[in-house]
Design a protein around this ligand. Structure first.
Ligand code: UD1
Length: 340
C-alpha cells in the first residue's frame, strides 16, 4: 500500500516509517520540519535500505497537499503532524488550533477530494485530563485541561462527525500514553528543541553530561515513592500498534478509539533508577515543587487494543532506557544543527 505519513520526519513518524517500510509498504512523508529534521529520513533509509519520498509541506497549505495526492496513489494516511508542547499551547492557543485543528481539517478535505478514506490519527492520553479513573479505558469521558489537549480532542470529535456523515470512512484514533525509547539501531530517536519538557529526554541529557541534574517535579504525590507515575511505552511498540490498527481498520469501515499503553506504571524515581542501570551513569536529581497541571498517576487500560488489534506492548522499561541511551550516546546533539 501507499501510505502517507504527515509529520513523518518527527519522533514517532520516523519510527513508523521504519515499521511500514519493513512491512513492505511504500511511504510518502509530508512534514513542515518545524520540529523535525530531514536527517531522520536519511537515517530511516540507512536502517531499512529503502527510500522515503518526502515533501516539505505544511498541512494548512491546501494546494501543496493536493499536489502530493495528485502524484501518489495514496491508500491510507497516518496523521502524526502536530504541535505538542503543553506550555506553549497555553501561551499560543491560536497557533495550536491553526496547526493541529485546521491542518487536520485541510488534510481530511483533501483526502475526501481524492477518495482516500482511511486514516490513523495520533491522539493522546492527555484528552482524559485529570481523570480519577486509573487505569483509564476508552469509555472514560475526555476532559482535556489545556489547548494542546483540547486540539487533540477537537480532531477526535471532527473524525467522529465525519464518520457519522459518511460511514465509508475507516478511522482509527490512537491515544498514546508516554512514548519513550528509540529504534534499536540508535540511528533515530527523540530530538527535542531546547530544554526537554518530558522526563526521559531530560534524564538522557543528564546522563550524557549536557545537563547537571534532573529536576524532579514533586515527591508529595499519593504514590508509593511520592513521585508521579506514568505509563511509558516504547516507541517501537507504539508504531507497531499503528500498523495493527491500520490492518484492523481496513477490514471494514469504522471509527475506532484505542489506548496505546502498557498498562504498567513507573514512577519518576523508578525511571531514574532504570536509566542509571541501563546507562551505567549516575543521574543526579533534586526535588522541586510540583509542576502546575501535572497529575499523580496516569496509566492505560490497553485491553481493547490487546483484544481487537491483537497487539501488545512487548518492551519493558529497561528496553526503553537502553534504547534511549544508545540513541543519546551516539547522537549527543540529536540530528545536529545542520539538519534544522
Ligand atoms: C506530558 C504532557 C502531555 C503530553 C506528553 C507528551 C504536561 C502536563 N503533560 O505528559 O500533555 O501528551 O507530555 O509526551 O506537560 N518530570 C520531572 N522532571 C522533568 C520532566 C518530567 O520530574 O524534567 C515528571 C513529571 O512531573 C511527571 C513525569 O515526570 O510526573 C512525566 O512527565 P512528562 O514526561 O513531561 O510527561 P507527562 O507530564 O505525563
Amino acid at each position: 500500500m501507499h501510505i502517507l505519513l504527515t509529520g513523518g520526519a518527527g519522533y514517532i513518524g520516523s519510527h513508523a516509517c521504519v515499521v511500514l517500510l519493513e512491512a513492505g509498504h511504500d511511504v510518502v512523508v509530508v512534514d513542515n520540519f518545524s520540529n523535525s529534521s530531514p536527517v531522520a529520513l536519511e537515517r530511516v533509509k540507512q536502517i531499512t535500505g529503502k527510500s522515503v519520498v518526502q515533501y516539505p509541506v505544511d498541512l494548512t497549505d491546501r494546494q501543496a497537499l493536493r499536489n502530493v495526492f495528485e502524484v501518489h496513489p495514496i491508500d491510507a494516511v497516518m496523521h502524526f503532524a502536530g504541535l505538542k508542547a503543553v506550555d506553549e499551547s497555553v501561551n499560543r492557543p491560536l497557533h495550536y488550533y491553526w496547526n493541529n485543528v485546521t491542518g487536520s481539517v485541510v488534510l481530511l478535505e483533501t483526502m475526501a477530494e481524492y477518495g482516500v478514506r482511511s486514516i490513523v490519527f495520533s491522539s493522546s492520553a492527555t484528552v482524559y485530563g485529570a481523570t480519577e479513573q486509573v487505569p483509564t479505558d476508552e469509555t472514560c469521558p475526555p476532559s482535556p485541561t489545556n489547548p494542546y489537549g483540547r486540539s487533540k480532542w477537537m480532531v477526535e470529535t471532527i473524525l467522529a462527525d465525519l464518520f457519522a456523515s459518511d460511514p465509508r470512512w475507516h478511522i482509527g484514533i490512537l491515544r498514546y500514553f508516554n512514548p519513550v525509547g528509540a529504534h534499536e539501531s540508535g540511528l533515530i530517536g527523540e530530538d527535542p528543541n531546547g530544554v526537554p519538557n518530558n522526563l526521559v529526554p531530560y534524564i538522557a541529557q543528564v546522563a550524557v553530561g549536557k545537563r547537571e541534574w534532573l529536576r524532579v517535579w514533586g515527591n508529595d504525590y499519593p504514590t508509593p515513592d511520592g513521585t508521579g507515575i506514568r505509563d511509558f511505552i516504547h516507541v517501537m511498540d507504539l508504531v507497531e500498534g499503528h500498523l495493527s490498527a491500520l490492518e484492523t481498520l481496513l477490514e471494514k469501515p469504522a471509527c475506532l478509539v484505542y489506548n496505546l499503553g502498557t498498562g504498567r506504571g513507573t514512577s519518576v524515581l523508578e525511571m531514574v533508577a532504570a536509566f542509571e542501570k541501563a546507562s551505567e551513569r549516575p543521574i543526579p536529581y533534586r526535588i522541586l515543587d510540583r509542576r502546575p497541571g501535572d497529575i499523580a498517576v496516569s496509566t492505560a487500560d490497553p485491553t481493547r487494543a490487546n483484544r481487537e488489534l491483537g497487539w501488545h506492548a512487548r518492551r519493558d522499561v529497561f528496553d526503553m532506557c537502553r534504547d534511549t541511551w544508545r540513541w543519546q550516546r551516539q547522537n549527543p546533539d540529536g540530528y545536529g544543527r545542520s539538519g534544522r
